[in-house]
Design a protein around this ligand. Structure first.
Ligand SMILES: [Fe+2]
Ligand SMILES: [Fe+2]
Length: 472
């Protein structure tokens, strides 16, 4: 269905046929815009940004490029097309038609899942609020803003579901989305990783590589949901999410490339004296962002996860492509967990292990980008390998929370941990160094900050020296 842009709120859900819903969302819209003004990218309202806007959800229409002032971005409600024959693919309701409305007994479960997902979207915009001031190029600045407007749209996607299907409770939850704020001591965002600061561009690229990728896996499992409007929302969000992870992967890759150039050119490991980011520091940031993101998948063995699956509200990654009974009642799955202070591998009922299974899919995906980063280092002839730390490293949630575990998975005493932790996680000094590189934004087309290489190609076939942002 084409997107109706004549409406105040662009949408492909025939919003004008439901006046009550339309009015409720039109009431929420100015609050969203106030939030964008107060908590979105700071001081940017006059900028013309070369942005991608969806004009339909098919492959031709979802990526339309042009200059837009961000407060005028057409945030809207776009669901992937409905498949009238879609059936629930798993759990007790397997084979039944997908629900077009919320089953009464699943109301609070679905609301909670939608609120938790929705809360992450504006959170990341808040976390990235000040990054524009130190952008390493116009290309990067534009990518930051693209991600910001799309996270705003993802909030719209979830708020639409709350308004359309959850009545008064849903409307209250939609209000609360704009009242919690990232890092706010009184009203924080729901999940830990979304209350961390994103103070510099190395953090930003690591965040978009690792934490946006958690988003991909959560959205993908909600895209399997028996609740069809949620599934269709998430499917369209996934197409946008891919760009966010691209920004992270290529951003880290370009920093690595620059670091390697400096190392080779000057025949030294001491990249800091040359104004670059040294490889060990990049590894420490990787360790931090990976482990924080692993926490987002929840407990290794989880009754909630089992219930979500059995009830048909949240599936596995690419559920329909998995060759098994999609019930999992008699299946087992091996997880790493802790017994007597040791990490052990143990078979548990597969239904309880669904968080861990999703986390494993995520880890496998993360590892692919690390391989590509290592290729960049290898091509430069430098003997250094980045690696993902062990899943038990520096965890705050799940079986490993509070344990001291090295990046290779060795359980440590407190004293051993304290002796090494500064080699594994960014220290205050590392953070101060990285922050010190983040000078005033580089605003000349085609110019890039010293610590990062230009991209291999521009956005939408534009050159790398294209004027991606005009400041007016
Ligand atoms: Fe998102
Ligand atoms: Fe994202």
């Amino acid at each position: 269905m084409a997107i109706d842009y004549s409406q105040l709120i662009p949408n492909n859900v025939d919003l004008s046929s439901d006046r009550r819903l339309q009015r409720a969302l039109e009431n929420w819209q100015p609050r969203f815009l106030d939030w964008w003004k107060d908590m979105g990218p700071d001081g940017t309202s006059a900028f013309d940004v070369y942005l991608r806007t969806a004009i339909s959800t098919d492959s031709n229409g979802w990526a339309n490029f042009g200059y837009v002032k961000m407060p005028e971005y057409r945030w809207g409600i776009f669901l992937a097309d409905r498949d009238p024959n879609r059936e629930i693919a798993f759990g007790d309701n397997k084979g039944k038609p997908a629900w077009q409305d919320v089953p009464g007994e699943l109301r609070s479960t679905l609301r909670r899942l939608i609120v938790t997902q929705g809360d992450t979207e504006p959170a990341s915009v808040e976390q990235q609020r000040l990054l524009g001031k130190t952008a390493p190029s116009l290309y990067d600045l534009r990518n930051l803003f693209q991600i910001n407007v799309e996270e705003g749209r993802h909030l719209w996607a979830m708020v639409y579901l709350l308004h359309a299907y959850f009545g008064r409770d849903g409307r209250e939850e939609a209000e609360a989305m704009l009242e919690r704020h990232s890092g706010d001591p009184d009203k924080p965002r729901i999940l830990g990783a979304f209350n961390e600061a994103t103070p510099d561009w190395l953090s930003f690229f690591m965040f978009t590589y690792f934490t946006d990728r958690d988003g991909k896996y959560q959205l993908a499992s909600l895209a399997e949901s028996g609740f069809d409007p949620l599934a269709r929302s998430c499917r369209f969000m996934l197409t946008e999410e891919a760009h966010h992870m691209f920004v992270g992967e290529t951003g880290v890759g370009r920093i690595l490339q620059r670091t390697c150039e400096l190392m080779k050119e000057h025949r030294t490991d001491d990249v800091r004296s040359l104004g670059g980011i040294d490889l060990p520091t990049i590894q420490k940031y990787l360790n931090f962002h990976f482990s924080v993101s692993l926490d987002l998948f929840g407990q290794e063995a989880s009754t909630n996860a089992a219930n979500y699956y059995t009830q048909g509200v949240k599936g596995r990654f690419l559920e329909t492509r998995i060759d098994d009974d999609h019930l999992l009642v008699n299946a087992n799955y091996e997880i790493d967990t802790v017994e007597d202070g040791r990490i052990v591998r143990k078979a548990v009922p597969a239904l309880q292990a669904l968080n861990e299974r999703l986390r494993q899919d995520y880890i496998d995906d993360c590892a692919k980008g690390v391989l590509r980063w290592n290729k960049t280092i290898e091509r430069a002839g430098i003997d250094f390998e980045l690696s993902l730390p062990h899943r038990a490293f520096d965890r705050q949630i799940g079986a490993f929370a509070g344990m001291r575990v090295s990046p290779t998975g060795k359980v440590l005493s407190e004293a051993e941990w304290n002796a090494h932790k500064d080699h594994w996680l960014p220290t205050d000094e590392d953070r101060a160094y990285v922050t010190s590189l983040m000078g005033a934004a580089v605003t000349q087309p085609g110019k890039y900050a010293h610590w990062i290489a230009p991209p291999a190609r521009g956005i939408n076939n534009q050159p790398v020296d294209f004027e991606y942002v005009r400041f007016n």
